[in-house]
Design a protein. Structure first.
Length: 142
């Protein structure tokens, strides 16, 4: 049983990641999610005005170059995806990353979107009330 206790402690320690400190952008994402009671978020108002796509990378997915369409390796910039506790959200143009953020899944989990990129005009998401999955928000002006 001692081995089981040690193993459990290691797993819990890796998941909670006490060394993680949220960036300003991560805090802004968390605040927007909290305001909507974790039901919606519009990334278009975050990370400045110059990005054209937002991409999500969940745990263990380091295929960023493939998703972005140009050479940029998320694993060279952070090791956050080596555990279950974080997503990396990337704001980019068609040819370069302008900003990326390591975001705690406990403050908003986008792992189901891992490996996907969305154009800025489709970067508003709502939680589906039936299955709890993120989906692109349908504009009421369309």
């Amino acid at each position: 049983t001692r081995t089981l206790v040690l193993l459990s402690a290691c797993i819990l320690g890796a998941c909670s990641d006490p060394a993680y400190v949220a960036s300003g952008l991560s805090k802004a994402i968390s605040e927007e999610l909290q305001e909507s009671e974790y039901r919606s978020i519009d990334f278009a108002g975050l990370a400045g005005d110059n990005w054209s796509q937002v991409c999500f990378f969940g745990p263990y997915n380091e295929r960023s170059s493939e998703a972005l369409g140009f050479d940029w390796n998320v694993g060279e910039r952070t090791d956050a995806l080596h555990s279950d506790g974080h997503n990396v959200i990337v704001f980019a143009t068609e040819s370069e990353v302008l900003e990326y953020v390591v975001h705690s899944r406990g403050q908003g989990d986008f792992s189901e979107l891992s490996g996907m990129c969305f154009p800025r005009d489709e970067a508003s998401f709502v939680k589906d009330s039936e299955n709890g999955q993120w989906r692109i928000a349908v504009s009421s002006t369309a």
